[in-house]
Design a protein around this ligand. Structure first.
Ligand code: C5P
Length: 308
């Protein structure tokens, strides 16, 4: 038997990001407002019982050179984890074909979104052997952002980020997202550097108020409640990122911040024209910068169909 499942998976932004302390396992206790955005990867998972491996059909020419096509890829880990948990999943080989838009090493949960897509596809193959709780539990073993990425939309994330409170949908928000092409940041290294010298921003985020403002919706209030505790550290290491945020603010963004540990920054705008002009300006002023305009997505992972 051979059939394919198409899946799309979304990037995320952290509208707020507060570091509250350290957990007994060494991870950090965070409070964050996650938001899915429609920068997405499309992945085709082909199930075939004529072989038993989990492998990529995608070649190195079709994905960025930093994208791992071996066992270290979080999708392969996700599929093997699922196969460990659900016996029926062991009867098939899986071939993965990916078309990648989400930048790598960007703080936009590209790897986590891919892992969420892999769990989702395995669960289709196994006729929903796991419920959403079971999927999230497996997801949390793969990475702190994976449980959020499975459902996506908007959620407050606590503890490592895996304790989730999902929020209802609200009108679409438009974002500009920018990342210096050659810069990538390791989250683990940033947490380590933060622990060595914890410096908080003058104005810290208030995730609870941000969540209320978002649901209302009161975008100006949301903007006032946003913030990211990594900013003093990351902006001191990479001042260009602060300058990009400042350029967005100078062009009437309601707010502009780092997402996660960076290096991606984002601004959100009420006015579409402002957003488009700012995109042009950023591309003109900053060399080697990728800039995307995108909007909030009400979901994280979605099926694109089953092909025989
Ligand atoms: O969970 P994930 O694999 O995305 O995390 C990458 C690294 O970031 C972890 O190994 C850990 O060092 C750090 N981290 C943390 N606290 C969190 C999330 C991540 O210390 N809440």
């Amino acid at each position: 038997m051979r059939f394919s499942v198409g899946v799309t998976c979304m990037a995320k932004l952290n509208l707020t990001f507060s570091i509250l302390g350290t957990l007994p396992d060494g991870y950090h206790d965070i409070d964050t407002l996650y938001q899915s955005v429609d920068i997405d990867d499309t992945i085709i998972f082909t199930f075939d019982d004529s072989f038993k491996e989990v492998r990529f059909a995608t070649t190195g020419n079709e994905v960025p050179p930093e994208f791992p096509l071996d066992e270290s890829n979080l999708m392969i880990k996700a599929i093997k984890l699922y196969q460990n948990e659900v016996e029926a999943a062991r009867q098939t080989g899986v071939e993965i074909r990916i078309s990648k838009q989400i930048p790598i090493g960007a703080g936009m949960a590209g790897g986590s979104a891919n892992a969420a897509a892999a769990l989702f596809a395995m669960n289709i193959y196994c006729e929903k052997a796991l419920d959403i709780k079971g999927l999230r539990k497996l997801g949390s073993l793969l990475g702190s952002d994976v449980p959020f990425c499975i459902r996506g939309g908007t959620a407050r994330g606590k503890n490592r980020g895996e304790v989730l409170q999902f929020l209802p949908n609200y009108p679409v928000i438009k974002f500009l997202v920018a990342k210096p092409k050659k810069l990538s940041i390791s989250t683990a290294e940033m947490f380590k550097a933060f622990d060595e010298q914890p410096i908080f921003p003058d104005k810290r985020a208030n995730t609870k108020s941000a969540a209320f403002a978002l649901v209302k919706p009161d975008l100006k209030k949301l903007a006032r409640c946003m913030g990211n505790d990594f900013e003093p550290l990351v902006f001191s290491l990479y001042p260009e990122l602060e300058a990009i945020c400042q350029e967005m603010m100078d062009n009437n963004a309601l707010a502009a911040h780092l997402t996660g540990s960076g290096p991606t920054v984002f601004g959100f705008f009420e006015d579409e024209l402002n957003l488009r002009i700012t995109k042009e300006k950023l591309e003109y002023k900053f060399s080697d910068l990728s800039v995307w305009s995108c909007q909030s997505s009400p979901f994280g992972v979605a099926g694109l169909g089953v092909y025989k």
